[in-house]
Design a protein around this ligand. Structure first.
Ligand SMILES: Cc1cc2nc3c(=O)[nH]c(=O)nc-3n(C[C@H](O)[C@H](O)[C@H](O)COP(=O)(O)O)c2cc1C
Length: 434
């Protein structure tokens, strides 16, 4: 027996709702639920699986499953075999875009509700109109978790329920301030109810009692609040879209670049393949404006000298060199340099040229890694060739050793605008198979 005088230990109940008929397009879910649970009361949370919401909303379509997934997908995050983890228009990242071909007639698939938060709001209002109860509504779907085995239900839509309980700034039991704890309470409720509304038992709805403090008058931010904004997503790019995330960026914001992010990108660069087990990559990082301007001014002078030598008139030279220079607009520059001391020497020119090319392509591999590493950090980049055409000038401006061979320059910064879309390229057009 509890003899202490403290508050009663909290407890909640989760009850599956039985007796609901098979739901079809156009079904009045509020009526069906009100009939099955006439004692819905203030503070109750109604949790409903998205599948029957979709069915009621006519989101069952006749389609091949793969075609339906294509239509629901805005981004393929990862792929293995036929399994695709994708981002949907709602911002959810889940397998097969939530398209389900189970528990639906052969040849048809069930799509997720068009707007799960909207569905939750409508259902809440309709139930309040019928029963007068101030309840919360959560719409669930079953999601895999990238680093955990097994699936669990999560809240993809909500109304009248606090989706996140923010403990940041509050003291823990030892008086230390909690720094990061934000409980995903709507997901926790969704997962708890899956224990009673398991898919095989035809119980698509459950009622949670004992969490009235999470039920609000207003519909609130809904399930959207549980979707992590891209800028805060440390795993923004999956294995399928990380390479496409690198695009040439020529306009940057003035936001400074974190040197630690550059170091991490260089750490990625120096994992590139290279001949003879060598590590032929070096990087001059130009953080200071003084160093950048000095280099770019010297390069401009060298370019003008070349153009004069080509016989261009002063007007023609002025026109050419006036063209927008992305490196001038970048808040940081990296000059990748080839250091090919491990290259072998042959008695003939042919093999010496091949040897040199081996090292140059290894430099290309490292720079690609660098650019992808920068993209993962949210940084845009533009690799331009100019230092390759004035290597001695570049070495002198930066005080680099004679055996560092500049291989262009990379402008780095936060993109001022997203890169324009590019039509997908067909690998078949770039390959032969023998
Ligand atoms: C070795 C090399 C040199 C390049 N030089 C320049 C350059 O001088 N100026 C420029 O604006 N872009 C330069 N680029 C970037 C290409 O124009 C860019 O990669 C191309 O337009 C494809 O766009 P994406 O990088 O967004 O896929 C260069 C790229 C490479 C690999």
């Amino acid at each position: 027996m509890n003899t202490s005088a403290g508050p009663a230990a909290p407890s909640i109940t989760v009850t599956g709702v039985t007796g609901l008929p098979e739901v079809e397009a156009g079904a009045d879910l509020a009526r069906l639920i009100a009939d099955a649970v006439p004692d819905l009361a203030d503070g109750d949370i109604l949790v409903i699986t998205s599948k029957i919401v979709s069915k009621a909303e006519g989101r069952v379509i006749r389609s091949a499953r793969e075609r339906a997934i294509d239509a629901e997908t805005i981004r393929v995050v990862a792929r293995r075999g036929t399994t695709r983890i994708v981002e949907t228009r709602h911002g959810l990242v889940l397998a097969a875009a939530g398209v389900d071909s189970s528990n639906t007639p052969p040849g048809t698939v069930v799509l997720l509700p068009e707007d799960p938060d909207g569905s939750a709001r409508r259902l809440r209002k309709a139930l309040r109109d019928r029963l007068g109860a101030r309840i919360g509504v959560i719409i669930t779907d079953t999601l895999g978790r990238p680093w955990r085995n097994g699936q669990a239900d999560a809240a993809i839509g909500a109304a009248g329920v606090v989706p996140l309980r923010d403990y940041r700034g509050q003291p823990d039991t030892f008086g230390m301030t909690l720094e990061v704890t934000v409980a995903a309470v709507a997901d926790e409720i969704a997962a708890a109810t899956d224990l009673v509304k398991a898919k095989t038992s035809r119980i698509p709805v459950a009622i949670v009692r004992g969490l009235a403090d999470l039920v609000t008058d207003a519909d609130g931010p809904g399930g959207q609040a549980l979707i992590r904004p891209p800028a805060e997503d440390m795993f923004r790019f999956g294995s399928s879209d990380v390479l496409a995330a690198r695009r040439t960026v020529r306009e940057f914001t003035t936001a400074p670049v974190d040197p630690a992010a550059v170091r991490r990108a260089i750490a990625a660069a120096i994992t590139a393949p290279a001949p003879h087990h060598s590590t032929p990559w070096r990087f001059a990082v130009l953080e200071s404006e003084r160093a950048r301007v000095a280099l770019l001014d010297d390069m401009l002078a060298a370019w003008i000298t070349d153009l004069r030598g080509d016989g261009f008139t002063p007007e023609q030279i002025a026109r050419r060199t006036r063209r927008g220079e992305p490196l001038r607009r970048a808040p940081l520059l990296i000059v990748p340099c080839l250091h090919a001391e491990a290259a072998h020497t042959y008695p003939d020119q042919r093999r010496n040229a091949s040897e040199r090319e081996m090292f140059v392509v290894a430099m290309g591999a490292a720079v690609q890694n660098l650019l992808v590493g920068l993209a993962v950090e949210g940084l845009g980049s533009c690799w331009v060739s100019s230092t390759m055409f004035c290597r001695q000038t570049t070495r002198r401006a930066l005080g680099l050793p004679d055996d560092w061979d500049p291989m262009g320059a990379v402008g780095v910064g936060y993109p001022a605008a997203p890169a324009p879309d590019r039509p997908p390229r067909d690998p078949g057009a770039f390959m032969v198979t023998r």
